[in-house]
Design a protein around this ligand. Structure first.
Ligand code: ADP
Ligand code: MG
Length: 319
């Protein structure tokens, strides 16, 4: 009877959105292959390739996903950010759960989600495995935390991180080396920007407690990994929620190099440098001397002031 049940149980149907330009422009190929694998496994799906930035947000906002059990993204974190913001703008409260498949230069969300999948396989194969399993089972989706981010008079949602200073500068300025892949481009720009060690004058409020200081880097996150290699917020693995990483100008270049190494070693920097441990917070305001570069889930924006608030259990995840 068990076998009969598993054969006759209706399999789930997936809506796939792919960014063909993500990573080293391999998104399209990965999605085509994924779609074929799913069909062979008896899981029907519809595949849509984005034609421009903003396209995925429009689809997530307006498409009727009736009959589909999940919205799969084949991309980096940037397209996932578009999708979650589109879903939050839907007229009805009928957003499908999201199932991200990694194909980008940065895939922090997937790295977090597949932590529970055992084995030494790549994030990509773990995510596909988890997606197929979820499509064949009756198990419910689970929820993860988001952040609400207010800047320049409008608000956006984030599932990964808001950064300014060192991390944002490396992330965005290394974009011109996209063809090298995420790891190498971050290494080259990382070394250059650590040597430069620029300090930003910032007024920081954490739960309304103000401090003014020179900062090399500020990151606010709800995801422990900033990409597949870097665990910046190991605390989130055991205690989910929003956290603040702050690096004052007193940090030395030697410490910065060491920190990078330890963050790539599962996030050991918070043990080695207790002063760099992350702070749990529900509301953070960052006020800069003038407009400066920020990133939201790896996408750039410029602002003088940013307000970030924790938004618990706000996003349904399919696998
Ligand atoms: P990566 O991690 O490689 O940067 P992302 O998925 O994060 O990949 O996407 C990077 C950017 O590409 C995002 O700003 C996204 O909005 C944009 N984008 C999405 N679809 C397209 C497209 N068809 N053409 C150009 N840019 C796109
Ligand atoms: Mg990106």
């Amino acid at each position: 009877e068990k076998i009969l049940n598993s054969i006759t149980r209706p399999k789930k149907k997936l809506f796939i959105i792919v960014n063909p330009f993500s990573g080293r422009k391999k998104g399209g190929k990965i999605a085509d292959k994924l779609s074929k694998i799913l069909v062979e496994a008896g899981i029907s799906n519809k595949l849509v390739k984005t034609t421009h930035g903003g396209h995925a947000e429009e689809i997530a906002k307006t498409e009727s996903f009736t009959g589909y059990d999940a919205l799969v993204t084949v991309s980096g974190d940037g397209l996932v950010n578009e999708v979650i913001n589109g879903l939050r703008q839907r007229e009805k409260d009928d957003a499908p759960p999201v199932a991200p498949i990694p194909a980008g230069s940065g895939n922090g969300l997937v790295a977090f989600l597949v932590l529970k999948v055992a084995g030494k396989h790549s994030c990509l194969s773990k995510a596909i495995h988890a997606l197929v399993l979820a499509s064949e089972s009756d198990s419910d989706s689970h929820r993860i935390d988001l952040m609400k981010v207010v800047f320049n008079g409008s608000s956006r949602f984030s599932f990964l991180a808001i950064a300014t200073g060192l991390i944002a500068d490396i992330d965005i300025n290394s974009e011109r080396l996209r063809f090298l892949g995420g790891e190498l481009r971050n290494l080259i720009y990382g070394v250059a920007y650590i040597l430069r060690k620029r300090s930003y004058s910032i007024q920081l409020s954490v739960e309304d407690k103000e401090s003014e200081a020179g900062f090399i880097s500020l990151v606010v996150a709800v995801c422990p990994m900033l990409d597949e290699r870097v665990t910046f917020f190991p605390e989130i693995k055991s205690e989910p929620g929003m956290y603040l990483h702050q690096m004052h100008s007193s940090v030395t270049r030697a410490q910065l190099i060491k920190l990078w190494d330890l963050a790539e070693d599962g996030g050991k920097h918070v043990e080695v440098f207790p002063e760099l441990a992350n702070t749990s917070a529900t509301s953070i305001r960052i006020k800069c001397a003038k407009k400066q570069l920020f990133t939201i889930d790896g996408e750039p924006f410029y602002s003088e002031e940013v307000l970030i608030t924790e938004f618990k259990n706000a996003l349904k995840i399919f696998y």
